[in-house]
Design a protein around this ligand. Structure first.
Ligand SMILES: *Cc1c(COP(=O)(O)O)cnc(C)c1O
Length: 464
């Protein structure tokens, strides 16, 4: 499989070429030349596979530059530290299913992609003899998942900025209790926006970026998307076998559109009638819900909510969907994204909205509804949802009809104990593995919100 840019300016890249690149040089995102559509025979075979075997089948379509053995080994390495043998787990409540994606080291779904990316980075670096320094800003989940993905990997150092005293205690503990030689937590005396601005400014210093081989680890990375396709297909097979039906709906708590875009690709691979539609669930930051329902993709202020990992207005993977929506017309995609960059909005016609609605159903869920959903779901089932998952469950229930419903559980409730305890009216009991973080030593540096100070720090610690 070869890769090209959604904007048409770059083509014929191998899988390996896409791994260290964020954006393509023309400003677009990488997509595979083709999305394979599974034959009936493959569907029959794939049904019986374990998660890891299924990952191997999916990855083999998209990776031409590794051997069979290498791909299998990458998958084994990536998922050996998960708390379930099948990587994910499915819980069922009537014909509503919760697909638990939080059994990795940081208790949220980003581990599924980032554990894979970590082993992939290490392998490619050992082939080329290079070293990289990963730099990123986080307000929570991504930072810890990235750190756990690359810690103990050869030739990689990681620097993660977070706003000091402004992230949740659990998020802070998860990151800072990683006391390892090449892991640096920079607690910035400022806001998350300050952290992001510093990172952006450092990446714009091209000589500095080159000298230290600075690398981003964001959700536009193709390998991350690819890794996420697997659980959609895995869950589909499990559910249809139980339900003796052909079609399901899948509800996805959405922020940057990375997870649901993987679902979109899984739907293309399986055949569009098998995943009848994807339910795009947002919180009050509803740009994507407005897009699906009214063709209004216009940026508003970000509102901080109780599902913080979805507090996003500009969804960085949206361009990938647009490319397929425009039937792979890169000229149209480029023009739309240029318009969006200038006007901060895109509007779509009624006919276009109808076309979008063949792929997605969507609704924005308020914080009040989210809390209520956590409570009601617990009362009915004794199962505790995290606030992100609750957004997806509520959205799924709003569209519930004859299709079995799969709701993706993107984080364990213990990552958001304050919100969940508030919803339930009792204190959530934390799993021991999380509880014990409170007693571990921590490693972090407090720095003022100044680009130069962060650069100085990088210069003294970076691997070169
Ligand atoms: C990142 C994240 C999301 C949103 O996923 P996207 O791929 O950005 O749409 C949802 N829930 C949790 C817990 C997350 O960490």
């Amino acid at each position: 499989m070869l890769y090209l840019s959604t904007r048409g300016g770059v083509s014929n890249l191998s899988f390996k070429d896409t791994v260290f690149e964020g954006l393509a040089s023309d400003g677009g995102l990488f997509v595979p030349e083709e999305i394979p559509c599974l034959s009936e025979k493959e569907i029959e075979e794939w049904k019986k596979l374990s998660y890891q075997e299924l990952a191997f089948k999916v990855f083999s379509y998209y990776i031409s530059d590794f051997s069979t053995f290498e791909i299998k080994d990458l998958i084994f390495q990536a998922y050996k530290n998960f708390r379930t043998s099948e990587v994910v787990a499915l819980k069922n409540f009537g014909d509503l299913y919760i697909l638990e994606l939080f059994h990795g080291p940081t208790w949220a779904f980003k581990d599924i992609a980032l554990q894979f990316l970590g082993v992939l980075f290490e392998k490619l670096l050992s082939e080329t003899g290079k070293k990289i320094n990963i730099l990123g800003a986080t307000s929570g989940d991504t930072g810890s998942a990235a750190i756990y993905g690359v810690m103990d990997k050869k030739n990689i150092a990681i620097f993660i900025l977070h706003p000091y005293n402004k992230i949740s205690e659990i998020q802070f503990l998860m990151m800072t209790t990683v006391v390892k030689p090449y892991v640096y937590n920079l607690a910035i005396e400022g806001t998350f926006d300050d952290c992001q601005a510093i990172v952006k400014s450092i990446f714009m210093d091209i000589p500095f970026k080159k000298k230290y081989a600075l690398t981003a680890i964001n959700s536009i990375n193709w390998a991350r998307i690819m890794a996420q396709i697997v659980y959609y297909i895995w869950a589909y097979f499990k559910v249809i076998e139980r339900e003796k039906k052909k079609s399901v709906r899948i509800s996805v708590p959405t922020g940057n559109f990375g997870d649901i875009f993987a679902g979109y690709l899984a739907r293309k691979m399986l055949g569009e009638d098998r995943i009848e539609r994807l339910i795009l669930a947002t919180n009050e930051n509803d740009i994507l819900a407005r897009f699906v329902n009214y063709g209004d993709y216009s940026v508003r202020e970000v509102l901080p909510t109780i599902s913080p990992s979805m507090d996003i207005q500009v969804a960085s993977n949206f361009e990938r969907y647009l490319y397929y929506f425009y039937d792979k017309n890169s000229e149209k995609t480029r023009k739309a994204m240029e318009t969006f960059a200038q006007e901060k909005k895109l509007s779509f016609s009624k006919e276009e909205v109808q076309k979008v609605q063949k792929d997605f159903l969507s609704v924005a869920i308020t914080q009040e509804e989210t809390l209520k959903t956590i409570k009601e779901f617990y009362n009915k089932t004794n199962y505790i949802l995290d606030p992100h998952t609750a957004v997806g469950v509520k959205a799924g229930l709003k569209f519930k009809d004859e299709f079995p419903l799969i709701c993706l559980a993107t984080a364990h409730p213990a990552k958001f104990p304050e919100t969940v305890s508030k919803a339930l009216n009792f204190n959530l009991k934390l799993p021991q593995e999380i509880e014990k973080l409170y007693h571990f030593p921590k490693k972090f540096e407090v720095l003022p919100p100044e680009v130069e100070k962060v650069k100085n720090f990088l210069q003294t610690k970076a691997l070169i």
